[in-house]
Design a protein around this ligand. Structure first.
Ligand code: UDX
Length: 438
């Protein structure tokens, strides 16, 4: 039996925890490190600070098996590990570039703790050139006799489906020039590579770019269909048929062609801006990515237009109900959520707002102070002049339209996720607007 490899993961955010739990599940000995002592205490206590389906069970199972540990002691974790993953945050600066100070600070701390040879891997999404910067920081800080390689191993995990995405990836990208480090990382990913998952082996810089390019392409694909949806509204065409007709061409593909209020979350808005900024700082404009960003920014206004049409003036007399606040279903994440931006804009119009969400009310309440939060769709709709479906939680896919009409003051639906059948809604007596629906 091979001796289990030890790895350390710095940063117990979303990516760090999912990566740690999944490697532990492969039999790897994992130490998760965070400077936030409260978070570590919570994790040691068997509790998971984020909502990700299946993650709590996976962590608990591997914690009991002694394969995953939590600590604030970075130095001790690095000592034990052969591979150290950097999975700390890269929040955006005001100009759109990512703030790399956490990555750099962690790199310096890892360097100071080095003894012998280790592979340092970035999981955090970082601009091309960051690997080199990490190498320089580490060379300055590491003690004599220590040696290391720097690699990039971007993740492609969707929130809400992250464990499945880790366990059944469509590709693994390893950016690393050093053969020894390469062999170690292939060994770490052997359970996946052996089942036939394609491996893209490349340089650190190229791996870093693959991550941005993938997210930007997906974001642009969404902006493309959103822009077409707005055209469909004018032409009287049905965007869902357009998307289906396009998507069946395998060169296009049917995924990521669902129109909506714009993409949100912790990745697409940040990564598209960071890539556009990176290009500009190299005297190049990624015009398609910039257009995708501009279209996404305009979507909120376009959605507000539909809402205003359905409400009618004077807005200050009106009551609207919003279903769904997170940036997508199956997550508690409100970051860059179009629903939250639209909710704030509705409040600015003077409309009274009621809202509900299956998981995000406690956090949303701190961000939207003068909104009434409700338990379920029918309580939310009570007395409303408009119901806005802002996130496509399954719970909102089969609404009882009769019951809604009875509790609402004026029956109208702004279906920003196209979950209702327009004909059915109109037959049930609602004024109805979807996104690009006939
Ligand atoms: C994304 C990428 O999918 C993942 O590979 C990457 O590593 C991290 O970023 P995530 O942000 O969790 O994952 O969400 P995703 O499911 O990709 O959705 C992003 C946004 O796009 C959501 O706001 C969603 O509502 C929106 N979206 C997605 C659409 O509006 N239409 C679509 O067809 C697909």
């Amino acid at each position: 039996d091979a001796i289990a490899m030890h790895i350390a993961i710095i940063g117990t955010g979303y990516v760090g925890l999912v990566t740690g739990a999944c490697f532990a599940e492969f039999g790897v000995n994992v130490t998760c490190v965070d400077k936030d002592a409260a978070k570590i205490a919570l994790l040691e206590d068997g509790r998971v600070p984020i909502y990700e389906p299946g993650l709590d069970v996976l962590i608990e199972k591997n914690r009991r098996a002694g394969r995953i540990h939590f600590t604030t002691d970075l130095k001790a974790a690095v000592h034990r590990a052969l591979v150290v993953f950097i999975a700390v945050g890269t929040p955006p600066n005001p100009d759109g570039s990512p703030d790399l100070s956490q990555v750099e600070a962690v790199a310096a701390q890892i360097a100071e703790a080095l003894d012998g040879y280790k592979v340092i891997v970035t999981k955090s999404t970082v601009p091309t050139g960051t690997g080199q910067a990490i190498r320089r920081v580490m060379e300055e800080c590491c003690p004599a006799g220590a040696s290391f390689s720097v690699a990039s191993n971007p993740e492609f995990l969707r929130e809400g489906d992250a464990i499945n995405d880790f366990m059944h990836p469509e590709r693994i990208v390893i950016g690393c020039e050093d053969p020894q480090a390469n062999a170690i990382l292939r060994d770490l990913y052997a359970p996946l590579i052996q089942t036939g998952v394609p491996l893209v082996a490349t340089t650190v810089e190229t791996a870093e770019l693959i991550k941005y390019a993938s997210n930007a392409f997906l974001a642009v694909k969404i902006s493309f269909i959103n822009d077409l949806a707005l055209l469909c509204d004018r032409l009287g065409c049905d965007v869902l048929d357009v998307a289906r007709g396009m998507g069946l061409d395998s060169r296009i593909g049917s995924k990521f062609l669902s129109p909506g209020p714009g993409y949100g979350g912790s990745c697409f808005p940040k990564d598209t801006r960071a890539l556009a900024h990176l290009a500009r700082s190299h005297q190049h404009r990624l015009r398609i990515v910039e257009a995708g960003i501009a279209i996404n920014d305009d979507m909120h206004e376009a959605m507000l237009g539909k809402i205003k049409t359905l409400l009618g003036e004077p807005y200050t007399d009106k009551v609207a109900g919003m279903l769904g606040l997170t940036f997508k279903p199956e997550t508690s994440d409100l970051r860059e959520s179009p629903a939250m931006a639209i909710a704030a804009a509705i409040r600015r119009l003077g409309v009274t707002l009621r809202a509900s969400d299956p998981v995000a009310i406690p956090e949303a309440a701190t961000l939207l102070p003068d909104v009434t939060f409700c338990e379920d769709p029918y309580e939310t709709a009570a007395g409303c002049d408009l119901l806005i479906i802002a996130t496509e939680w399954n719970l909102y896919r089969r609404l009882d339209l009769e019951r809604l009409r009875e509790v609402m003051r004026t029956p109208a639906i702004a279906d920003l996720r196209n979950v209702c059948d327009p004909m059915q809604a109109r037959r049930a007596g609602f004024r109805y607007l979807g996104v690009g629906r006939r």
